[in-house]
Design a protein around this ligand. Structure first.
Ligand SMILES: [Zn+2]
Length: 212
């Protein structure tokens, strides 16, 4: 991400002379400003966030994308992160009640979450591998996209964001509202939300979710 942009370096400054200074746009051959060239210029020389393409390109509500972006950098307050900082935390995962909760556990290794992935990906008829305990989430996500036909990739990415987002929301409900983990409830909610996301703009979902 670009932390600081020196707008002055985006323009070409002619040397001092008897004529007035002229500023011209240096990021196109014609020296004419365009929005796309400005966008590229803003990122010139910056290190690209490795998760940027996965997280921010598919259609999803901003809150869900922001959660995924934080999750992939392990910056959400899971029990494992709370423990690392010496803060009070649940002893076991609120969804499976079996292991200490980390973001990797919650998204990839949890027996409850794996059932949700199985249900949701099966419903969307996605022939992709289920999350694996041995694979980082973003590696699995990239692999799912790379191995899927082009017409379903955007929809699949939206569905992966949606499912991960609702696993986190369901986990929060179980911890903070003392809800009971429910495979049926969270799976049905994800399917209903997928139809709402499609109507709100996630057109890629049209290619993968079954008709009502
Ligand atoms: Zn678990």
């Amino acid at each position: 991400m670009v932390q600081y942009v020196d707008l002055w370096r985006l323009v070409r400054h002619t040397p001092l002379s008897s004529t007035p200074d002229v500023l011209s746009w240096r990021w196109t051959a014609s020296a004419t400003y365009s929005a796309s060239s400005c966008y590229k210029a803003l990122f010139f020389g910056a290190c690209e966030d490795p998760y940027w393409r996965l997280t921010w390109r598919p259609w999803a509500p901003l809150r869900a994308m922001f959660f995924l972006w934080l999750a992939m950098q392990d910056r959400c307050w899971t029990a494992e992160r709370l423990a690392r900082h010496g803060l009070p935390h649940e002893d076991t995962c609120a969804l499976c009640d079996q292991e200490l909760e980390s973001m990797h556990h919650l998204l990839m290794a949890c027996s409850f979450s794996r059932q949700v992935w199985h249900e949701v990906l099966g419903w969307a008829r996605m022939a992709v591998d289920l999350p694996s305990e041995d694979t980082p989430f973003q590696t699995w996500w990239s692999s799912c996209i790379d191995r899927s036909p082009a017409p379903v990739r955007k929809g699949l990415s939206s569905l992966i964001i949606l499912t991960a987002w609702w696993l986190w929301k369901h986990r929060n409900a179980c911890i903070f509202d003392r809800a009971t983990p429910s495979l049926t409830l969270v799976s049905d909610t994800i399917k209903d939300e997928a139809r709402l996301w499609e109507k709100a703009g996630a057109k890629g979902l049209l290619n993968i979710i079954p008709g009502e």
